[in-house]
Write a protein that binds this ligand. Structure first.
Ligand code: CA
Length: 217
């Protein structure tokens, strides 16, 4: 989990980013103008900035200058090359041109955090070890065969551990919105994960909702 500061003056975009990054297990703080962003930066420690360039008060570049080396992904409304080049020249880690897909943002965020060593690269629970870089799962040190969907489901559960996730949410996150196989698919995959990885006591059924992976913090 990383601490992320979202600086974006368009409320709906800021909210959408927050919701999506929360879902991938990060904690987000929101700022809607440059000055309050700087105040938050003075008072807190952030692993990453998601930073709009066109802001009221101070613009994104000015905020970034005051961010003392915090990694940043710039959001630019312009497709103009100068904006991107200016951001990168100043040391931004990446940029996205609006409009962008939330999945794209989430992928860039993970990539930057990975580079700056702020993401988990593995997770252990009981006899199980999940290696996020290799997309492999081990049980007592021996690799366990998982289908791509089983693996993705496991990673979503791990990254959102101790949080109850509905079947619908899991379906959306792992299979995508256009999948029409129904929530039964989730149940079947959960059963397989429980059995294969000896997680019967850790993947809890949440009555009338879905599932939660329980793990000590
Ligand atoms: Ca803006």
């Amino acid at each position: 989990m990383a601490e992320i500061l979202i600086v974006e003056d368009e409320f709906s975009i800021n909210e959408l980013i927050r919701k999506n990054l929360n879902l991938t297990g990060h904690h987000c703080t929101q700022a809607f103008d440059g000055l309050s962003a700087c105040r938050l930066l003075e008072n807190g420690k952030f692993d990453l900035l998601v930073l709009d360039i066109m802001l009221p008060g101070l613009d994104g570049y000015q905020v970034f200058e005051r961010a003392s080396g915090t990694p940043a992904i710039f959001l630019t409304a312009k497709s103009g090359l100068t904006d991107k080049l200016k951001g990168l020249a100043m040391g931004a880690d990446d940029y996205l041109t609006k409009p962008f897909q939330m999945l794209e943002l989430a992928a860039r965020v993970e990539a930057v955090l990975r580079r700056t060593k702020k993401v988990e690269t593995e997770f252990m629970l009981g006899d199980m070890k999940c290696d996020f870089d290799r997309h492999q799962v081990f049980l007592k040190g021996t690799a366990v065969e998982c289908t791509p969907k089983e693996y993705e489901l496991l990673e979503v559960l791990i990254r959102n551990r101790n949080i109850a996730l509905s079947r619908e949410k899991l379906l959306d996150m792992v299979w995508g919105y256009d999948f029409d196989g129904g929530t039964r698919t989730v149940d079947v995959h959960i059963q397989r994960l429980r059995h294969k990885l000896h997680l019967e006591n850790h993947i809890k059924t949440v009555y009338k909702l879905g599932y939660r992976l329980e793990a000590q913090k």
